[in-house]
Design a protein around this ligand. Structure first.
Ligand code: GLN
Length: 482
């Protein structure tokens, strides 16, 4: 398979027909990584030897191991991989090698996938540009001076640049959907509880969810099917059978009722984003969808609520990085001083900012005013969605108010970085599934994304809606020149 942009489904089928071996597929991916990743920095670690050995092992089998037999996959570096460095993008975990695999890694093995490496991300998944990585920023394959989005920017760039067909990311407030949009690929944040988070290095536990990236909706569905389903090792994983999605995305979708919360676009959304969004609604209409305006009155508060809830949870989750059991330890004369030295040097500026914010909003005297109030508004955000979904099947918005911005443009202005999460934070606050699908380009040839959000457990419907839109458009057929 010479085409670096061949789909995972095509690679899998070629291996089944014996037109290709798993080793060929993995070697092609490794060669492409070798050729372009010095420019992209999408990969933090390439597991070359392990991937080739695994491919050979798969090639010796008589029967396909599973639906991803032989397909190279990349993993965001906050997913635990036994014996392979797992840093979550932070220097504090520079030398950390987990002694166990995340459940999603086990499931990928069962599905026959080959893990080729770990991808660059914002430290502890905190960010929207991959510039908060302790290991250098990742660059956008469409324009090397631009960010790929974040925090799963390495995974998105790896897929968009044709280094792999599939990658996993994690999404707490947009970290799968926003980089998917900025890199011109598909990214799904599943319903909260659909995918086990055992082995995910936690950021904000009431929001975090692992999900797939692919260049087509079908590929994202294949990867989602491989990782979804109950896991007794994650108490938040829902004990319900997974409804397979990959076959369903090929079927024509029923006429959709699409809700559009126009009041969210009144300011701060770039003109090319709005133009592409309106054109997408026209395409949906031509497919038989009905479009109506919906109100999500509390969603404008989403960013404020998110940055209270997520930082509060992060301050608790990151307390474990104290230099004692794992991660970097700085020697000092007392235990207290050792904690301080290890955390001050190991954590980057953004992680420290979040820990301080989170500690503040949980502290005595402020907890009720900030944290509790945020939880109350979070409930109101969810109720707005419940009400909207009484009359529509999906809610459509742009995924991001802008296309990929220049590297460095927002690093000194965290507030502008946070405000750009306006369209992606409401869904995780409400536990809802959401997807981003390519929907056009700016005049500068930067990709744009269309987001659909739906009811809890409507992941399959979301993928079908995205697939119907994809079939009617050709955006996914364009690839960066890198
Ligand atoms: N951009 C958001 C943040 O900085 C979302 C990150 C994520 O989803 N992990 O927190």
């Amino acid at each position: 398979m010479r085409d670096p942009f061949a789909s995972a489904a095509a690679i899998r089928d070629a291996i089944r027909r014996k037109d290709l071996t798993s080793r060929d597929a993995v070697e092609a991916s490794l060669a492409r990584i070798g050729a372009v990743d010095a420019r992209l920095n999408a990969f933090r670690v390439v597991a070359r030897e392990a991937a080739l050995a695994r491919a050979d092992e798969l090639d010796r089998r008589d029967e396909p191991a599973g639906p991803l037999h032989g397909v190279p996959v990349a993993l965001k570096d906050n997913l635990s991989t036994r014996g392979i460095a797992t840093t979550a993008g932070s220097k504090i975990l520079e030398n950390y090698r987990p002694i166990y695999d995340a459940t999603v890694v086990d499931r990928l093995e069962q599905a026959g996938a080959v893990i080729v490496g770990k991808t660059t991300c914002d430290a502890f998944a905190m960010g929207s540009s991959t510039e908060n990585s302790g290991y250098g920023p990742t660059r956008n394959p469409w324009n090397l001076d631009r960010v790929p989005g974040g925090s799963s920017g390495g995974s998105a760039a790896a897929v968009a640049g044709g280094l792999v067909a599939l990658a996993l990311g994690s999404d707490t407030g947009g970290s799968i959907r926003q980089p998917a949009a900025l890199c011109g690929i598909v990214g799904l944040k599943p319903t909260y509880g659909a995918v086990s988070r055992y082995g995910l290095l936690a950021f904000a536990s009431s929001l975090d969810q692992i999900g797939p990236f692919g260049r087509t909706v079908e590929d994202a569905a294949l990867l989602f099917d491989a990782i979804a389903g109950h896991d007794p090792r994650d108490a938040t994983s829902a004990p319900r059978p997974h409804e397979a999605t990959a076959a369903a995305v090929r079927e024509p979708a029923a006429a959709l009722r699409v809700g559009v919360p126009r009041h969210l676009f009144e300011e701060g959304v770039d003109a090319p984003v709005l133009a592409a969004f309106e054109a997408s609604l026209e395409t949906l209409r031509s497919l038989g969808a009905t479009i109506e305006t919906v109100e999500l009155p509390h969603s404008p508060l989403g960013v404020a609520v998110y940055y209270l809830v997520a930082t509060a949870e992060a301050s608790a989750n990151l307390a474990r990085y104290d230099g004692v059991r794992y991660g970097c330890r700085r020697p000092a004369t007392s235990l207290e001083a050792m904690y301080e030295a290890s955390r001050s040097t190991g954590f980057g500026a953004e992680v420290k900012r979040r820990i301080m914010l989170g500690t503040y909003v949980l502290s005595a005297g402020y907890r009720d005013a900030y944290y509790l109030k945020a939880q109350q508004v979070r409930t109101l955000i969810r109720r707005d969605f419940d009400r909207a979904f009484e009359k529509v099947d999906v809610i459509a918005t742009p995924t991001s108010p802008t296309a990929a911005f220049p590297i460095g443009a927002r690093v000194d202005d965290p507030l502008s970085m946070y405000l750009a999460d306006i369209f992606t934070v409401p869904a995780p606050l409400a536990g809802l599934p959401a997807i981003s699908v390519p929907c056009g380009f700016t005049p500068e040839d930067l990709p744009l994304g269309l987001q659909f959000v739906s009811r809890p457990w409507a992941d399959r419907l979301l993928l079908q809606a995205a697939a119907a839109y994809e079939r009617a458009t050709a955006w996914h057929e364009r690839h960066p020149a890198i």
